[in-house]
Design a protein around this ligand. Structure first.
Ligand SMILES: [Zn+2]
Length: 445
């Protein structure tokens, strides 16, 4: 599988301004290709290949288009077609999708290359702490090597990005070998499976009755509001305004980092602790709910949580099952009869069989049962989970978000004393890197 290593890089002023200029030209090429695509007759819309061929003519007509690496320009065009395919897929799934948008200045912030001949890595810098890196047409810059930088031929993609904060980052996509094999689905016992309900009152609620609280970010949001207020008082486009805009971006980054770090710790714990993790399929979920409901932001955070979970599951040899979310809160985990209940009713109490338990635990159990059903260990054949719940509900454990935030102590949280514990700081070296530094998958930043 592939993983992405992200490094902070420092560019000289000349290289930085050239890189930024080329990224902007790539944005214009992209916009042009998008227009070219939509202007074509519906039955004659150009393919990725068609537009790659046209790129040369465009370069002849507008010499600026020939400035950046033509390989990078091809990548930008391919990206459009990947995006178009994504839109098509969402449309086929019943979503209401629009068209690709024209990108304004500064909206496109990165350049991507995916052929090793487009870059060079120079490890012989005399200092261990930095490595030199060259991108075609952009030039050499320095990587802050807080971990080993792979050789040029080990890298399958290099993405240079300028953050809103003005900092530059280089993401290197590399192949990871020797990831542990996933256990066969028939070898997994119900005790090594968990259902996770992504909640509102708690961040997660597992079918083992562990709740983890939501992260308290009120201070961070307060800072963000303060910085935004100050920004609104500056004259737009002035030097002070630009400085303040960076402060706003930094406050946002702080929030993003905290959430990401939190999600890293939780997902690492889940995939090291269990062999199978069942979660709701978030692609289907929004369609079941009222689209007016203002949870979009939360949904985005959850879909990142699930992406992260799937990514880590591959690294740790764990299965992730996404299950149909319809009615997970309504159905009774014990007998399956659906009961409507408003959001404020925190307790599930079944009128059919009398089964009573916490609303979120009931949902998590339903999620787990659906996951087990998918692997063929249906409810009828795997009563341990069900009987365990029906006779003696698992003891409820609550972990405060602060514990996770401070030391990642969730990793040490004992789920049944007989199990070998593997807190994140005791993971093998490579995996620990994932857990602590967060080797960002490429859909992040
Ligand atoms: Zn029931």
């Amino acid at each position: 599988m592939q993983t992405t290593l992200r490094f902070r890089v420092s560019l000289s002023d000349a290289v930085a301004s050239e890189a930024w200029r080329q990224i902007d030209i790539l944005r214009q090429i992209r916009n042009h290709a998008v227009r070219d695509y939509y202007n074509a007759d519906y039955n004659d819309q150009p393919s990725d290949y068609d537009q790659q061929k046209r790129l040369k003519q465009w370069g002849n007509r507008w010499p600026t288009f020939a400035v950046p690496s033509q390989h990078a320009a091809q990548q930008a065009i391919s990206q459009i077609h990947t995006d178009l395919d994504g839109l098509e897929e969402r449309r086929n799934n019943g979503h209401d999708v629009g068209r690709l948008r024209w990108q304004g200045r500064g909206e496109c912030r990165s350049v991507s290359y995916n052929q090793p001949c487009r870059w060079n890595v120079d490890h012989n810098t005399g200092g261990e702490r930095f490595v030199r890196f060259r991108l075609e047409k952009i030039g050499w810059f320095r990587i802050r090597a807080n971990r080993p930088v792979p050789d040029a031929d080990e890298i399958s993609e290099a993405i240079l990005k300028k953050q809103n904060t003005g900092e530059w980052y280089l993401s290197l996509v590399v192949e990871v070998e020797n990831t542990p094999a996933k256990p066969g689905l028939d070898e997994i016992g119900p005790q090594d499976c968990v259902g996770v309900d992504l909640g509102i009152t708690n961040y997660i609620h597992t079918s083992d009755n562990l709740t983890v609280g939501t992260l308290d970010l009120s201070d961070e949001y307060e800072r963000l509001r303060r910085e935004q207020r100050q920004l609104s008082r500056k004259e737009r486009g002035s030097h002070n305004w630009e400085d303040q805009r960076q402060q706003v971006a930094k406050a946002k980054r702080e929030i993003k980092r905290k959430v990401l770090d939190y999600q890293h710790k939780l997902t690492t714990w889940l995939v090291t602790e269990y062999d199978l993790v069942a979660v709701e399929d978030l692609d289907v979920k929004p369609m079941l709910e009222d689209s007016q409901n203002a949870k979009n932001k939360q949904d985005a955070a959850w879909s990142r949580f699930v992406n992260l979970l799937e990514y880590k599951a591959d690294l740790h040899g764990t299965h992730v099952m996404t299950v149909n979310p319809a009615g997970t809160t309504k159905d009774c985990a014990s007998c399956g009869v659906a009961t409507n209940k408003p959001l404020w009713v925190r307790e599930h109490s079944c009128p059919a069989c009398g089964h009573t338990q916490d609303r979120d635990l009931n949902a998590a159990t339903n999620i787990l049962n659906r996951g087990l059903k998918q692997i063929g260990a249906g409810r009828s054949e795997s009563p341990p989970m069900q009987t365990a719940l029906a006779t003696s509900a698992p003891h409820r454990e609550a972990v405060d978000a602060k514990c996770v935030d401070e030391v990642g102590s969730l990793g040490a949280w004992p789920r049944g004393s007989s199990r070998i514990q593997c807190p994140w700081w005791r993971l093998p070296d490579r995996l620990r890197r994932v857990a602590t530094h967060g080797e960002y998958p490429n859909w992040i930043g």
